[in-house]
Design a protein around this ligand. Structure first.
Ligand code: NAG
Ligand code: NAG
Length: 364
């Protein structure tokens, strides 16, 4: 049963690979009663916005409660950061008694995680991300904070960016002085990482840019960002990206939809490749990992990101991790496949190798 759900989801994601390829007839079979099914915008395969204003999401709306995972022993719990705005996070803590395989002695690295879903769907509470975070937390021996930022179109960008930033500041404050005990007791802020897939990778990048520009309170720094199949676009094609004008127009419309026209397609929030080298050099972290999947139409942008960052003479380390023959965020759905396991190992190594680098730098 789980397998068939996964493959259905994967099929949808494969179709989403083009992140909204143009569809001749956007209206799906009539679903709504009162709105007559009149479609204002289809963000395939995630959602449809009807002219009546009603939003129907096709995926990413399931949730599971926080729990202690029987397989990994990872515990999770939900914390509301801002009751007014509804901003919440799901915290993850590895089973410390069971952490010998990873370096859990003393305090733990902190991963602030931003989920994907095109800025319009999924949540920190979905079974997909619960599964991914349980695995990451147990394998890497980290504390994780998965952020439930607001979604478009009800809350177009920059709402999601603002929430992502507020959650990051909340993590810093609680790690230093509580009251959240998991963070105040166990978080090692010298090993702070931002990780996100797809739209979440875009968010992680933008948080590091903001940290580099505005600084973080108390002189905190981000050690690394891991952008997993990140969602970036841009007006002019990068090498090996589609030149099909219809596809490119459709992507531009999608971007306008999620930000309600606030940012152009070449705004650095969605097209960092368009940034000047001086801008790149403000990226506020020491290390970057970008993963791309060979069959993902967004992979060209991931590669171009790494290329541009390298040639900017930014002072940090950047690594590109490629998986051939797979589609956009395959590792979320084909969790048991060998390639997903290897990609997880790469993310874990990115986080844990930092400990070694930090130590040797401190010795030097
Ligand atoms: C410890 O971790 C292993 C592998 O991650 C898992 O199989 C085992 O159930 C865990 N034990 C506890 C007590 O959580
Ligand atoms: C992208 O879409 C916006 C809003 O629909 C439009 O104003 C802009 O001209 C489009 N840009 C490109 C490059 O197609």
């Amino acid at each position: 049963m789980a397998a068939s759900i996964s493959s259905a989801l994967l099929l949808l994601l494969n179709m989403a690979g083009a992140l909204l390829s143009p569809r001749a007839s956007p209206a799906p079979a009539s679903t709504g009663a009162d709105d007559g099914g009149d479609v204002e915008f289809l963000f395939f395969p995630f959602l449809v916005l009807y002219k009546s204003g009603r939003v129907e999401r096709f995926m990413g709306t399931d949730t599971v409660p926080a729990s202690t995972d029987p397989v990994t022993g990872v515990a999770s719990k939900d914390v509301v950061i801002d009751a007014g705005g509804g901003l919440a996070v799901r915290l993850y803590m590895p089973n410390l008694a069971n952490c010998t395989a990873v370096r859990c002695a003393g305090k733990l690295p902190v991963v602030v995680f931003y989920h994907g879903g095109g800025f319009v769907t999924e949540s920190a509470f979905s079974p997909t991300y619960q599964r991914y975070l349980n695995a990451l937390v147990s394998k890497a021996g980290v504390l994780a904070v998965s952020v439930d930022y607001r979604l478009a179109p009800e809350h177009p960008l920059p709402a999601g960016y603002d929430d992502a930033w507020v959650a990051l500041l909340w993590v810093l404050k609680n790690a230093r002085s509580g009251p959240e005990p998991w963070l105040s007791r166990h978080a090692d802020l010298t090993r702070l990482f931002l990780v996100g897939d797809s739209a979440g990778g875009n968010i992680a990048h933008n948080m590091a840019m903001r940290a580099g520009r505005d600084g973080l309170p108390g002189g905190a720094t981000i050690r690394g960002i891991a952008l997993l199949d990140p969602f970036f676009l841009g007006k002019r094609p990068v090498p090996s990206e589609t030149r099909d004008p219809e596809v490119r127009r459709a992507r531009n419309r999608t971007w306008s939809f999620v930000c309600a026209g606030r940012y152009g397609i070449d705004d650095p929030v969605i097209n960092p490749v368009a940034m000047a080298s001086e801008e790149w050099r403000r990226l506020g972290c020491a290390r970057v990992l970008v993963t791309v999947a060979g069959l993902d139409t967004l992979s060209a942008r991931g590669r171009a990101y790494v290329e541009a960052l390298r040639s900017s003479r930014w002072g940090g380390e950047v690594e590109l991790y490629e998986t051939a023959g797979e589609n956009h965020v395959y590792f979320l759905v084909k969790t048991d496949c060998e390639k997903a396991a290897k990609e997880m190992e790469a993310v874990v190594a990115f986080i844990n190798s930092d400990q070694v680098i930090t130590a040797s730098r401190m010795d030097a």
